[in-house]
Design a protein around this ligand. Structure first.
Ligand SMILES: Cc1ncc(COP(=O)(O)O)c(C=O)c1O
Length: 400
C-alpha cells in the first residue's frame, strides 16, 4: 500500500463526496442532465463578470514585463496594497500591504496560516457543522481538531467554546457566512466570542488566533449583514477567496491578511509568507493577482442565489421540512425527516434529487442543499421536494 494509513483513512472518511459525484454522473447519463437535480456541489453559478474577463484578455495580450516571472512569495506589492485598502475600508483597521499575502484561494490561505502557527499536537477549535476540509487542513499542519457543535439555529455556542479551550488551544476556525448552514454571525455574537477567547487565553498560555474564513462574505441576503470578525476579535487572520464573488473557483486566487491588532502581527506575516513558499504554493497565480486587483470593492452577483433561496426555503418549509433560512452563502442545511439521514438521501435520489449527508459536515441527522444553480432547474425540482414532503410528513407542500 503506497498511501500512508492516515491518508487512506482520510480517503475513506471523505468517500461520500466521491460517491455523490459518481452517482450524479451516473444519473445524468441515464436520465438526461435536465432531469437530475444535483444540489451536491458548491460550484458558484455563472461566469466571471465581463469586465474581469476583458481584463484577463488584456493581460494575456499585453503582459506586463514581470507577469510570468518569480515574484515575492507574498505576491505583487501593488495588488496587496489594493487588498489592504479594501480591508481597511470594510473593517476600520489599518491593514498594510506587509500584512497581506496573496494566496492560492482560501484553501491555500488556511493551510498557510495553520502551518505558520501550529506546533505538533496544538489544538484548533472547529465549529460544527463545518466545511469538511477543515479537519484535513488542521492535520496537514500537525494540529488536532477539537470539534464544538454550534447551537440548534447554527449560531455560536459560547459556553461550548469556552469549555473546549485547553492548555494546547492555539486557534479557532470561524466561517461566516457559513458552509454548510448559511449562518452569519452578528456583531454581538462575535464580541461575546472575543470575551470567551480573551478569558481562555490565560488557560491556553498565549494568544488564540481566529482564522476567519470568509469566502462568502459578499453573499449575504436582505435582512442580514456581514460583520467582519476582525473588527470584533483581536487576533484574527482573514482568509479570503475570489472563487465565489467573482466566480473564479478554478483559478485559485485569494488572500490571507493578518489583523494589525493581532499579537506579533509582523512576525506572523513573515511566517505565513515563508510557509506559502515551503508548502509549495510559492506564490498565488500571477495573472490572477493582476486581474483581481481592481475588483476588490465590487459586489457579488446575488440575484440567482436570492431567487433560489426563496423558492427552496418556501417550498421545503411548506412541505414540512425544518429549515433555518440562511443569512448568506448558497446552502441550506435542513433537518432530515428521519434520524438516519442516509435513508432520506436514498429517497431523494429516487426523485433524482442529490443532496449531501450532514454527517460529512460533523452533524448527523441533517443534509446539505447547495443551491448555486440555474433557477429554472431549481424550479423544476420543486415538485420532487413536495413529493418528498408528502412521503415523509404527509404534507403536500406548495408555494415557490
Ligand atoms: C467555507 C469554505 N472555506 C474555504 C473554501 C475553499 O475556497 P477556495 O476554493 O476558494 O480555496 C470553500 C470552498 O467551497 C468553502 O466553502
Amino acid at each position: 500500500m503506497p498511501a500512508s494509513p492516515e491518508i487512506r483513512e482520510a480517503i475513506r472518511q471523505g468517500s461520500w463526496i466521491r460517491r455523490m459525484f459518481e452517482e450524479g454522473a451516473f444519473l445524468k447519463a441515464k436520465k438526461g442532465a435536465d432531469n437530475v437535480f444535483d444540489f451536491s456541489l458548491g460550484n458558484p453559478f455563472g461566469d466571471p463578470p465581463p469586465p474581469l474577463a476583458r481584463e484577463l484578455a488584456r493581460l494575456a495580450a499585453h503582459p506586463p514585463p514581470d507577469l510570468h516571472k518569480y515574484m515575492p512569495n507574498a505576491g505583487f506589492a501593488d495588488v496587496r496594497q489594493r487588498v489592504a485598502e479594501d480591508l481597511e475600508k470594510s473593517t476600520g483597521l489599518a491593514f498594510t500591504p506587509g500584512l497581506v499575502m496573496m494566496s492560492v484561494g482560501a484553501a491555500g490561505a488556511l493551510n498557510v496560516a495553520l502551518r505558520a502557527i501550529l506546533s505538533p499536537g496544538d489544538e484548533v477549535i472547529v465549529i460544527a457543522p463545518y466545511f469538511v476540509e477543515y479537519l484535513f487542513y488542521v492535520r496537514n499542519a500537525g494540529g488536532v481538531p477539537v470539534v464544538v457543535q454550534s447551537a440548534d439555529d447554527f449560531q455560536l455556542d459560547p459556553e461550548a467554546i469556552r469549555a473546549s479551550i485547553t492548555g494546547r488551544t492555539k486557534a479557532l476556525l470561524l466561517n461566516t457566512p457559513n458552509n454548510p448552514t448559511g449562518a452569519v454571525y452578528p456583531a454581538e455574537a462575535l464580541r461575546e466570542l472575543s470575551r470567551v477567547l480573551s478569558e481562555g487565553e490565560s488557560r491556553a498560555g498565549g494568544p488564540i488566533y481566529v482564522l476567519s474564513d470568509e469566502p462568502y462574505r459578499k453573499i449575504v441576503y436582505p435582512g442580514t449583514s456581514f460583520y467582519p470578525p476582525a473588527a470584533a476579535l483581536r487576533n484574527t487572520l482573514v482568509a479570503y477567496s475570489h472563487s465565489k464573488d467573482l466566480n473564479l473557483a478554478g483559478e485559485r486566487i485569494g488572500y490571507l491578511a493578518i489583523s494589525p491588532r493581532a499579537a506579533d502581527a509582523a512576525e506572523l506575516a513573515d511566517a505565513c509568507v515563508f510557509c506559502n513558499r515551503i508548502l509549495g504554493f510559492v506564490n498565488a497565480p500571477s495573472i490572477m493577482q493582476r486581474a483581481v486587483a481592481g475588483f476588490q470593492g465590487i459586489d457579488a452577483e446575488m440575484s440567482v442565489y436570492g431567487r433560489n433561496r426563496e423558492m427552496l426555503v418556501s417550498t421545503l418549509t411548506k412541505s414540512g421540512f425544518s429549515v433555518v433560512p440562511p443569512g448568506g452563502a448558497f446552502y441550506l442545511f435542513p433537518k432530515s425527516p428521519v434520524e438516519d439521514e442516509m435513508k432520506f438521501i436514498s429517497a431523494a435520489r429516487e426523485e433524482n434529487v442529490l443532496v449531501v449527508p450532514g454527517s460529512g459536515f460533523g452533524r448527523k441527522g441533517y443534509f446539505r442543499v447547495a443551491y448555486c444553480m440555474d433557477p429554472a432547474s431549481v424550479e423544476r425540482s420543486l415538485p420532487a421536494w413536495k413529493r418528498l414532503g408528502s412521503r415523509f410528513f404527509g404534507k403536500k407542500g406548495g408555494g415557490g
